[in-house]
Design a protein around this ligand. Structure first.
Ligand code: ADP
Ligand code: ASP
Ligand code: MG
Length: 401
C-alpha cells in the first residue's frame, strides 16, 4: 500500500520519541508499504516561537511569523530522516516547498492551491521514504507560508490526496477520536468510526485531534483517514462517509473551544448595509467570524454580538477602530468558551436542545449565546465553566454508557 503517516508534536516531542517513530516507520516499510511521512514540530516548539515573536510585537508581521514558525517542522523532518537512514531505510527530508505545496499568500493560515504529485512520487519511485515538514507551503512568489495551527494534519491529507495514497494515518497522543476530550472527561469513550461531517464539526468546534480544514479536504478528496496512537498498537478511529453508518447516534460527542473571544457592539446605527460594512472589513482582514447575534433594534440603534478566535482579537480591534462612533460602544470579552454537542442523528430528533439547556441550568451555568445547525448546537459560556459544562453534557447524553 501507499500510506501517508503523520506524526504530531507529542509523537516527535523528544529525541527518544523521534527514534521510536523511526522504528515504527521502518516496521511499516519492512511490511512492504511505500511511505510518505509528515511531521509536526516537537511539542511546544511552535508556541515557543510565537512567544519569542510576541516579546517584540503584539501584532508581528504575518509573513515574518511564517518564516519563524515553519522552522519547527523543518527540524523534525530532518531529524527523522537522519534517524531512518541510520536504521538502514533510505529516507529524504523535504520542506513544504520542496514537496511542491503551493498556497495563497494569506500568511499564518494559507490555503493550499495545488500540489503536483511528481516531487514526492518520484522520490517514492526511487525507493525512498519521503519525510515532509508539515504545516507549511510556499506562495507562487516564493514566500514561505503556514497553514494555520494544527496544519500538519492538512499537509498529510493534502499529500495523501495528491499522490492518491491508499490510507492517511494520523498518529497522535490519544487512541483516536473520543466522545469528548479524554483529558477533560476520563469517562470519554473512543469512537471506532465517525463520519466526515461529524468529524468536521468536532474539529471546527474545538476538538484539536484533527485540524478542521484537513477534515474538509479529506471529505472532498475522499481520503481514508485513521487517527491512531503513536505510543501503542491500538486500533484507532476511522473517518468515513455517513452513508456507511448503520446507526446514527443523536449526540456523538461534546467539543470545547476555549480559544474564543466575544465582541459586543452596543448601540450600532440601525441602517441597511451596516452589517455588510462591519463583516466586510473583518473579512478583508481575514478574521474568522463565527456566531453572530443581532438584537431587535430600538431608537435606530441595535446591538450586534459575535465570536472570533482569541488569537485574532488584536487584529479585530484594529479593524473595527476605523468605524468610530457608528458602532456605538465596543466591548471585547476574552473570558468566554464555546461548548457544543454534535451528532448527525439530531436531524431527526426533537428535544435535544432542551436537554442541553436544562443540564447547563442545573449547574447554574449561564448561556451567553446560542447557535445551531442541523448536526450541532453550540453555546457560549464563561470560560471558567468550560470543563464543567463538558462533563455535565457528557453525562446528560449518557455518552459514558
Ligand atoms: P498532535 O500534536 O498529535 O497533532 P493535538 O494535541 O493537536 O495532537 O491533538 C490531540 C489532542 O486532542 C489530544 O491529546 C486530546 O487532548 C485533544 N482532544 C480534544 N478533543 C478530543 C476528542 N474528542 N478526541 C480525542 N482527542 C481530543
Ligand atoms: N506545529 C504546528 C502547530 O503547533 C502545526 C502542527 O503541529 O500541526 O500548530
Ligand atoms: Mg494537532
Amino acid at each position: 500500500m501507499l500510506i501517508v503517516q503523520k506524526y504530531g508534536g507529542t509523537s516527535v516531542g523528544t529525541i527518544e520519541r523521534i527514534g521510536a517513530v523511526a522504528k515504527r516507520v521502518k516496521r511499516a516499510a519492512d511490511q512492504g508499504h511505500r511511505l510518505v511521512i509528515v511531521v509536526s514540530a516537537m511539542s511546544g516548539e511552535t508556541n515557543k516561537l510565537v512567544e519569542m515573536a510576541h516579546s517584540f510585537s503584539k501584532t508581528p508581521a504575518t509573513r515574518e511569523m511564517d518564516m519563524l514558525l515553519s522552522s519547527g517542522e523543518r527540524v523534525t523532518c530532518a531529524l527523522l530522516a537522519i534517524a531512518l537512514n541510520e536504521l538502514g531505510c533510505s529516507a529524504i527530508a523535504m520542506t513544504g516547498r520542496q514537496a511542491g505545496i503551493v498556497t495563497d499568500s494569506v500568511h499564518t493560515k494559507a490555503r493550499i492551491r495545488e500540489i503536483p504529485c511528481e516531487p514526492v512520487l518520484s522520490k517514492v519511485g526511487d525507493g525512498k521514504i519521503v519525510v515532509i515538514a508539515g504545516f507549511q507551503g510556499v506562495t507562487p512568489e516564493g514566500d514561505v507560508t503556514t497553514l494555520g495551527r494544527g496544519g500538519s494534519d492538512l499537509t498529510a491529507v493534502a499529500i495523501a490526496g495528491a499522490i492518491k495514497a491508499d490510507l492517511c494515518e494520523i498518529y497522535t497522543d490519544v487512541d483516536g477520536v473520543y466522545t469528548t476530550d479524554p483529558r477533560i472527561e476520563e469517562k470519554a469513550k473512543k469512537l471506532n468510526l465517525i463520519c466526515y461531517d461529524e468529524m468536521l464539526e468536532f474539529a471546527s468546534l474545538g476538538a484539536k485531534v484533527l485540524q478542521n480544514r484537513s477534515v474538509e479536504l479529506a471529505k472532498k478528496l475522499s481520503v481514508k483517514v485513521i487517527t491512531r496512537n503513536s505510543f501503542n498498537e491500538n486500533e484507532g478511529t476511522t473517518i468515513m462517509d455517513e452513508e456507511e453508518f448503520m446507526e446514527k447516534p443523536v449526540v456523538s460527542g461534546i467539543a470545547l473551544d476555549k480559544n474564543q473571544a466575544r465582541v459586543s457592539l452596543i448601540g450600532v446605527a440601525d441602517r441597511p448595509g451596516i452589517a455588510a460594512e462591519i463583516f466586510g472589513v473583518l473579512a478583508n482582514a481575514s478574521i474568522n467570524v463565527d456566531m453572530i447575534v443581532q438584537t431587535v433594534g430600538q431608537d435606530e440603534k441595535t446591538n450586534i454580538d459575535f465570536t472570533i478566535p482569541l488569537a485574532e482579537l488584536e487584529q479585530t480591534k484594529s479593524a473595527l477602530a476605523g468605524f468610530g462612533a457608528a458602532l456605538g460602544r465596543q466591548e471585547f470579552d476574552d473570558t468566554v468558551a464555546k461548548v457544543s454537542i454534535i451528532g448527525v442523528g439530531m436531524k431527526s430528533h426533537s428535544g435535544v436542545a432542551a436537554r442541553m439547556f436544562s443540564a447547563l441550568a442545573k449547574e447554574n451555568i449561564n448561556i451567553l449565546m446560542i447557535s445551531t445547525s442541523e448536526i450541532k448546537i453550540s453555546v457560549v459560556i464563561a470560560n471558567k465553566y468550560g470543563e464543567l459544562a463538558v462533563r455535565t453534557l457528557h453525562a446528560a447524553y449518557e455518552l459514558d454508557k
